[in-house]
Ligand binder design. Structure first.
Ligand SMILES: O=C(O)C1=C[C@@H](OP(=O)(O)O)[C@@H](O)[C@H](O)C1
Ligand SMILES: C=C(OP(=O)(O)O)C(=O)O
Length: 676
């Protein structure tokens, strides 16, 4: 997950390959609640691990449910069997509609029967998302529900005991959110014992497939709801939740829309294959595939998998009622930028009360990209962007995961403009690793992938600066010094001598070159691997440093490492530290920094580092060594240490690391095309 202020996407050229989707948010939270209300143990597999499911799990735990995490995506839930072991709790439900609405209904009915006092809150935006229609319905039943803030919105208090009136049909409005009806359908089986309970929907029900999903999952837990179209739903008398024992959560169909879109935009050689969701899905958002087909994409489906190719190009404009696919419809708004005429999305009034006002937000951000957009109370019309109309935009995301994921699709623009996604962490609501997953199936031209080079002498703090910059920008990091150390180590392992005399021998040079070319180097979460061996600690030794310095003077070694180093230039970008990053390895880098500090300052830092490791050397001897090393590095015939002509000089003798990072980020900002 990218927990950084912004993430820049280089222009993307191609899509292809296979993605496996995280579990469906809507299924995950329904199944967790159903398992919690049932008796016995339910093992939930392929559960989504995200902010929305985390708040649900925390709430269930607070309520006394037994939860056992078997692995990252498997949780065993021991249900409450319709009881309330905890009678008082304050629950924080983030911005998860699928937690706030169903838990309100379930707790209101349980508290009415058993007594209790519960408060349900969320993030500020959750307190602007309507829940009044559900509260009205629960009050009709006789349940105690109070608004703690603004009437009609969370936070709420539910309290009991209270006498429930279950005889008359309960009316609930269905035209603001289908989650109110879903919440009642999930909660009412708890109290439909002596008599059936009927819910009647007032107003046109929106987002119908989500109610269909609710009914299917209720059936999996033993409750067969009788229905009369979309108007009347009856929970039979004596309803009782029975766990199926084990449930597999499908991949998220709304999340699939971004990858279907990527395929529609740029899968020309091989398809984008999406695993985990397909024709057998119970999620309405798989119908996004039909909308993508209507725009020209080639989508082939199997039960649990989709394959997507680019078909018609440009895409065909669309005029569609999106009421049944409210979440995936946002993806169509971005695809419309690539169409052959204006596209109109209708029936999307519910967008206004979701994570943000999505009609206003989408219109504003597509305009930022250069597009002409018209909007109405429940519709949006997007005009396509000509190739020369695209602007490099920093897209605001409004703490809305879908704004961020949709925004990423603008990176396929034919103008080859990069796209900045502000606050990319918001994807954590439903898809924490969205961007990492995107990199698996998209490609940029290597020259479009930005590189920042940090070159400089020993102990200037290059590694620390490079790592800090990479963290801030979400970029990869290339510690080229470690590669030379690894070659030294690989030589020692292979019995190839690296003393001064041996290095004169052409056969030794050739063997070292070969070792470098085929070096099995791997960097992973701060650890360095040589093949199967974690050599992180060994690499830091003075001995490894000395060997690195010797082998790095061998031209065949430098040539051997060239391709390996360039292969680090991967999406979304790279910070490379070394001595010849800007001069030899990445001459086209977008920013080159030559980092120096006085020899004395560097000797003092090295002294400090050694002391921290309980190793000792005098400052004077370290100073002499550093000066000798500098002279050797500057004088060597291959890739001598020198600042690239277009490098910016940064002397950090009197700077803290934070000051150096800010200085480089300042330069970087000046070189980026985004309008701020
Ligand atoms: O029941 C559900 O799981 C959902 C229903 C839909 O909401 P509305 O019914 O408010 O449109 C959808 O947008 C939301 O992401 C999930
Ligand atoms: C509307 C959404 O979420 P919620 O479940 O919070 O309503 C969404 O995921 O797009």
């Amino acid at each position: 997950m990218y927990d950084i202020p912004f993430l820049d996407l280089p222009p993307l050229r191609r899509a292809g390959g296979t993605v496996r989707l995280p579990g469906s948010k809507s299924i995950s939270n329904r199944v967790l609640l159903l398992a919690a209300l049932s008796a016995g143990r339910t093992v939930v597999r392929d559960l989504l691990d995200s902010d929305d499911t985390r708040v649900m799990l925390e709430a269930l735990q607070t309520l006394g449910c037994g939860l056992e995490r078997l692995d990252a995506t498997t949780v065993a839930v021991t249900g409450l069997a319709g009881r309330l072991p905890v009678r008082q709790a304050a629950l924080f439900l983030g911005n998860a509609g699928t937690a706030m609405r169903p838990l309100t209904a379930a707790l209101a009915l349980l508290a009415a029967r058993e007594g209790g006092h519960f408060e349900l809150r969320g993030v500020p935006r959750m307190h602007e998302r309507p829940i009044g229609d559900l509260v009205q319905a629960l009050r009709q039943l006789g349940a105690g529900v109070d608004h703690l803030g603004q009437e009609g919105y969370p936070p709420l208090r539910v309290r009991g005991p209270a006498a429930l009136h279950l005889e008359a049909p309960i009316r609930v409005r269905g035209d603001v959110s289908s989650q109110f009806l879903t919440a009642l359908l999930l909660a009412l089986p708890l109290v439909a014992q002596a008599q059936p309970v009927t819910v009647e929907v007032a107003g046109e029900l929106i987002s119908k497939p989500y109610v269909e999903m609710t009914l299917k999952l209720l059936a999996r837990f033993g409750v067969a709801v009788q229905r009369d179209g979309w108007r009347r739903f009856t929970i039979p008398a004596g309803a009782r939740y029975v766990t199926p024992g084990e449930v597999h959560v499908e991949g998220d169909a709304s999340a699939a829309s971004y990858f279907i879109a990527a395929g529609a935009l740029a899968a020309t050689a091989q398809p984008v294959t999406i695993e985990g969701v397909g024709l057998a899905s119970i999620q309405g958002d798989v119908a996004f595939a039909d909308a993508a087909r209507a725009m020209g994409a080639v989508v082939e489906g199997e039960a649990n998998r989709l394959h997507v190719h680019r078909g018609a190009w440009p895409l065909r404009a669309l005029d569609l009622d999106c009421n049944a696919i409210p979440d995936a419809a946002m993806t169509l708004a971005v695809l419309a930028l690539y169409a052959d005429g204006p596209s109109t999305l209708r029936g999307i009034g519910s967008w206004r009360v979701k994570e943000t006002d999505r009609i206003a937000a989408m219109a504003a951000e597509l305009r930022r990209l250069g597009a002409t957009v018209e909007e109405g109370p429940d519709w949006l019309r997007v005009h396509p962007l000509p190739a020369n109309g695209w602007r490099a935009a920093a897209l605001h995301t409004y703490d809305d995961h879908r704004m961020a994921m949709c925004g990423s699709l603008a990176a396929f623009n034919p103008a080859r403009q990069p796209v900045r996604i502000l606050d990319p962490r918001c994807v954590a609501k439903t898809f924490p690793d969205y961007f990492e997953t995107l990199w698996q199936v998209v490609e940029a031209d290597p020259t479009d992938i930005p590189v920042i080079c940090i070159d400089g002498p020993s102990a200037s703090g290059k590694g620390t600066l490079a790592a800090a910059l990479a963290r801030r920008l979400g970029y990869h990091v290339l510690d080229s010094g470690a590669l030379y150390r690894l070659v030294g180590l690989a030589a020692a392992r292979a019995g190839v001598p690296t003393d001064a005399a041996a290095l004169q021998d052409e056969a030794v040079q050739a063997r070292l070159g070969e070792l470098a070319r085929t070096l099995p180097a791997r960097f992973d979460g701060g650890r360095v691997w040589l093949g199967q061996e974690d050599v992180t600690t060994e690499l830091r030794s003075e001995e490894a440093g000395a060997a690195a310095s010797r082998v790095s003077a061998v031209p065949a070694v430098r040539a051997g490492l060239l391709a390996l180093q360039r292969a680090f230039r991967r999406l979304p970008g790279l910070v490379a530290d070394g001595r010849d990053m800007g001069t030899v390895i990445f001459p086209d880098a977008a920013l080159k920094v030559f980092l120096t500090a006085s020899a004395r300052a560097r000797a003092e830092r090295r002294h400090e580092q050694l002391r921290a490791r309980n190793e000792h050397a005098s400052i004077e001897s370290l100073l002499a060594e550093l000066e000798a090393r500098d002279a050797r590095d500057r004088a060597r015939s291959v890739a001598p240490l020198a600042a690239a002509e277009d490098a910016l000089l940064l002397d950090n003798t009197h700077q803290t690391i934070e000051e150096s990072v800010e200085a480089v980020l300042g330069w970087w900002a000046q070189r980026r095309p985004f309008e701020v």
